[in-house]
Design a protein around this ligand. Structure first.
Ligand SMILES: [Zn+2]
Length: 248
């Protein structure tokens, strides 16, 4: 609970003072309140916030043992907001299955190059059965360009819910998305779905943020989400490009 308490401290400290004149800038926060240190591939996390299970979110069973569900407040709120949005826009009781974020104090974790300072998250795809009912898996499942899974026959990539999540990720008012890794065929499905459900500007953001990895993991079984350094964590938090044009 102490970690959640930090939100309150952060927002109070950065707010306008009672006299309306003094605004303590986010970058002048005491260093101990900063969360994300260094780069995602060489960094650590302090005051990490635990992403908890809820009516909209579950921890992927396959990832439970290692317990790496910690992130910056910005990342955790972003994921919570996205899962909530999906539940509102597409009722039916689906929960977002969350894979690994960072360890409680960050640093190097097996199985990832990044995920070191609370700004990366692996998110499972929303999935459904042949009747369109949401389903939950115990691990990430690969999907093909036709939206079906060879590993799990009768299970489908949920175009609408996955799109609604992407739309929220790229339009959130506080956390700033750098990119979302996903395979090329699934990226095409998402953008097609978006074109029929969202304003063109949002689809354009998604087109830039959804990145097909050039090498390494093809991301046909989960999204990898990265956010830029939260404002108050700079300059000890470090980013590298690319820079998405819709953020200042
Ligand atoms: Zn990842």
């Amino acid at each position: 609970m102490a970690a959640f308490g930090l939100f309150a401290v952060l927002s109070l400290t950065t707010g306008v003072e009672a006299d309306g004149e003094t605004r303590e800038s986010a970058s002048s926060l005491h260093p101990s309140l900063r969360q994300s240190i260094g780069f995602p591939f060489q960094g650590r996390l302090q005051n990490g916030v635990l992403l908890r299970e809820s009516a909209y979110i579950r921890h992927m069973p396959d990832c439970l043992r290692r317990g790496r569900f910690y992130g910056t407040g910005a990342l955790v709120r972003l994921i919570e907001g996205a899962a909530y949005r999906v539940a509102q826009r597409v009722p039916g009781g689906a929960r977002l299955s969350v894979g690994e974020l960072s360890a409680r104090t960050g640093g190097r974790v097996t199985g990832h190059n990044s995920h070191q300072n609370g700004r990366d998250a692996d998110l499972a795809f929303y999935i459904h059965d042949a009747q369109g009912r949401p389903r939950e898996a115990t691990r990430f499942i690969n999907f093909r360009s036709d939206g079906q899974s060879r590993e799990a026959p009768g299970i489908f990539f949920d175009d609408v819910r996955n799109w609604e999540m992407i739309a929220k990720l790229v339009s959130d008012g506080s956390a700033q998305i750098q990119y979302i890794f996903v395979s090329g065929p699934l990226r095409e499905r998402l953008l097609r779905t978006g074109a029929s459900r969202a304003p063109r500007a949002i689809v354009e953001r998604a087109r830039r943020a959804l990145v097909v990895p050039r090498e390494g993991h093809p991301h046909a079984n989960h999204f990898h989400v990265r956010i830029y350094c939260p404002e108050g964590d700079r300059p000890t938090c470090r980013d590298r490009g690319p820079w998405q044009p819709w953020y200042r």
